[in-house]
Design a protein around this ligand. Structure first.
Ligand code: PRP
Length: 180
């Protein structure tokens, strides 16, 4: 694959730095859960790489599930409405759940999902987001584990896409020609 710079992208977070931060988050999670089983919920598709790396770092009994959502109103007036397009395979009742997300932007997706999942009676419910773009926040979200706070730029790589491209870039990069 051509280098990010050859594709007109600017590296924001190198993979080595992301790897190091994911390790730190895993240690923090291990301290918080003290050997208890943990259930990770990955929000498709962008969080798949973060999930895969975090999962392999965690020295705890871990299970995983996946959920997919589509949001309305993105790019225009956000309605805050989110539709589940693929639901979880199993009940989360009584489980220690962490929602794993790649990026927290307006907060609409996580705000909605957090409320939906909370209503399904998990024992505990937390959120881990690799990237946080606070400048764009519309809805507040209780995030427990944040990888990096980033500026208001359009980012791709490490699972994040632009028109389904670039998810396979190891680094998180800025697309300078696209507005956030
Ligand atoms: C992105 C990202 C989050 C959401 C964050 O998903 O993965 O799920 O947007 O935005 P918000 O905080 O403004 O709600 P996207 O809709 O691009 O889907 P994808 O993960 O399948 O690429």
């Amino acid at each position: 694959m051509p280098k990010a710079s050859q594709q007109g992208l600017k590296v924001l977070l190198r993979h080595s730095r992301i790897r190091q931060r994911v390790r730190q988050l895993a240690r923090q999670i291990e301290r918080d859960y003290k050997g208890q089983p943990l259930h990770l919920i990955c929000i498709l598709k962008g969080a798949c790489i973060f999930l895969a790396d975090l999962l392999r770092e965690l020295k705890l009994p871990v299970s995983v599930d996946f959920i997919a959502v589509s949001s309305y109103g993105k790019g225009s007036l956000p309605s805050g409405e989110v539709r589940i397009t693929k639901d979880l395979d199993q009940s989360i009742e009584g489980l220690n759940v962490i929602i794993v997300e790649d990026i927290l932007d307006t907060g609409l997706t996580l705000n909605y999902l957090y409320r939906i999942l909370q209503s399904r009676k998990p024992k505990t419910l937390k959120i881990a987001a690799l990237l946080d773009k606070p400048a764009r926040r519309i809805k507040e979200v209780p995030v427990d584990y944040i990888g990096f706070k980033i500026p208001d730029a359009f980012v791709v790589g490490y699972g994040l896409d632009y028109g389904e491209r670039y998810r396979n870039l190891p680094d998180v990069c800025v697309v300078p020609t696209v507005e956030a």
